[in-house]
Ligand binder design. Structure first.
Ligand code: IPM
Ligand code: MG
Length: 364
């Protein structure tokens, strides 16, 4: 029996509820396929500030480091939202990304046929869109130095810096090329090379790395043009690679195509995913902690359940198990079950735990 150790960080708001549906799903996978998953729990975000005094303790980091993967619910608590607050739940997220070297954020966007009517787009314009964002996660303007705020004789000033080294660029674009190679072999690299120095380096390094991937078509797109193209013609996209902040913004935009944030999984990896290799990673749904609906059994657990599938695929190389989860989700949707965020005429409305149970019941 194979053994796998997973750090589980439920976090804040709806985090614990959706994580529970994922861990219950893991139990079914474990029985069906004969694996042994050991779960080690830790705190992050507001829950950690409350209990441990910081959004990410050394204890939690240690739990993560001694595991093969990290499963995270959501981070964020409105009680810490004031601008003058210096401890924030979100700091836990940035610290864990940096602390565990999770430089590659993979965010797949898939428009399910069953949910085409749930968006403001014409179904024929978005149907069967299926692409993957690769967002650089530990560099750029989020982490670049100098980063500070100070007083001058003419008032307050603040600076953030968008910094990239060629090593940071080449390792992330490699992830893009590898994923493109496993898909439709079309990689779009997004930058702002008409204005930014860091983007010009990005473009140059991407071209150099591309020489090793002659089978992949590489295209460069400016970030503003990409923002437009994403909603004009989402079916054009296969794999998109971009720096940290562009990726943050574009993935929120792209998520609208899927009908609900409650449908989108993500993985943050510490290495380049290649089939047959186990890559350490942190897995979290794209949605936040949704404090207003927390505890009411209405959150959509599908994003977290699909996130679990990504974990089995990338960190444990369990492709069949991952595929079985994705198929079960597809089945539940085609049988007309919906949580309230994706509810449609003629469908059957269910809560968080019921949705989880339905998915588990369809695992083959
Ligand atoms: C995300 C979030 C985070 C980010 C915030 C919560 C720090 O928006 O994961 O996309 O900006 O990276
Ligand atoms: Mg974001």
């Amino acid at each position: 029996m194979a053994n796998y150790t997973i750090a589980v960080l439920p976090g804040d708001g709806i985090g614990p509820e959706v994580i529970n549906e994922a861990t219950e799903t893991l139990k079914v996978i474990s029985d069906k396929y004969g694996h042994n998953f050991t779960l080690n729990y830790g705190l992050i975000g507001g829950a950690a500030i409350e209990a441990e005094g910081s959004a990410l303790s050394d204890f939690t980091l240690g739990v993560c480091r001694s595991s093969g993967a990290v499963l995270l619910g959501a981070v964020g608590d409105p009680r810490y939202d004031r601008p003058d607050n210096d401890v924030r739940p979100e700091d836990g997220l940035l610290a864990i990304r940096k602390g565990l070297g999770l430089f590659a954020n993979i965010r797949p966007v898939k428009v399910y046929k069953e949910l085409e009517n749930n968006t403001r787009f014409k179904p024929e314009a978005i149907c069967s869109s299926d692409f993957v964002f690769v967002r650089e996660l530990t560099g750029g303007v989020y982490f670049g130095r100098p980063k500070r705020r100070w007083e001058t004789t003419r008032g307050r000033r603040a600076v953030d810096s968008m910094v990239y080294t060629e090593q940071e660029i080449s390792r992330i674009v490699k992830v893009g090329f590898e994923l493109a190679r496993q898909r439709k072999k079309h990689l779009i690299s997004v930058d702002k090379a008409n204005v930014l120095m860091s983007s010009r380096l990005w473009r140059q390094v991407t071209e150099e790395v591309g020489a090793d991937y002659p089978d992949v078509t590489l295209e460069h797109l400016l970030v503003d043009a990409c923002a437009m193209k994403l909603i004009q013609d989402p079916r054009y996209f296969d794999v998109v690679v971009t720096e940290n902040m562009f990726g943050d913004i574009l993935t929120d935009e792209a998520s609208v195509l899927a009908g609900s944030l409650g449908m989108l999984p993500s993985a943050s990896l510490a290495g380049v995913p290649q089939s047959g290799r186990n890559i350490f990673g942190l897995y979290e749904p794209v949605h936040g902690s949704a404090p207003t609906i927390a505890g009411h059994d209405i959150a959509n657990p599908i994003a977290t359940i699909l996130t679990l599938a990504m974990m089995l695929r990338y960190s444990f190389n369990l492709e069949d198990e991952a595929g079985a989860i994705e198929k079960a989700v597809q089945k539940v949707l085609s049988q007309g079950y919906r949580t309230s965020d994706i509810m449609d005429d003629g469908c059957k409305k269910v809560g968080t735990s019921k949705m989880g149970e339905l998915v588990r019941g369809r695992l083959e």
